[in-house]
Design a binder for this molecule. Sequence first.
Ligand code: ABN
Length: 183
Amino acid sequence: MQQRLDRLVELASRGLARRTSRRGLLGAFGMILTGSALMPLLPVSRGARAEAAEPAAAPGTAAKPPSKAASDPNSCEYWKYCAIDGFLCSCCGGTSSSCPPGTQPSPITWIGTCHNPVDGRDYIVSYNDCCGKTSCGSCLCNRNEGEKPMYRLSLNNDVNWCMANDNPNYHCSVSVILGVASK
Ligand code: ABN
């Protein structure tokens, strides 16, 4: 029985050896190796992985919604304060656009252009100092978007605009919208 089985395996091996060549076997082996190396290069969809890392914005919408601070007049991040330098009058008994009682707005000002993230428009903003009392000392805010050098005074915020007032003491700063900026 054992001898018959040996003979059967021997005949099968010889038959296989006759039908295949060593070169053919190496070729097939090489094809398997090359195929598995090229597998990762196939154009598979990787969208799911990309979305998990960074959620995509819907087409036509802003990538980031306006932050809470951008709509808070007591925050330095408030959108209208983009070029302000001073104590926020909204923290000193006034509002973002009106002086506290006992102070007077400066008749001369500096000007900025700020982007309102809520309606997507740009506004021309006048920054007036409120004068007649000593420094408020609360909510100091210094942002300089679009600021120009000192020789363009009305476009620079580092000036005490109370200099033209009867009482030149600086107290705080307000921001007053003058109009929509045209493109
Ligand atoms: N315009 C605000 C300000 C006041 C005094 C000194 C510097 C800046």
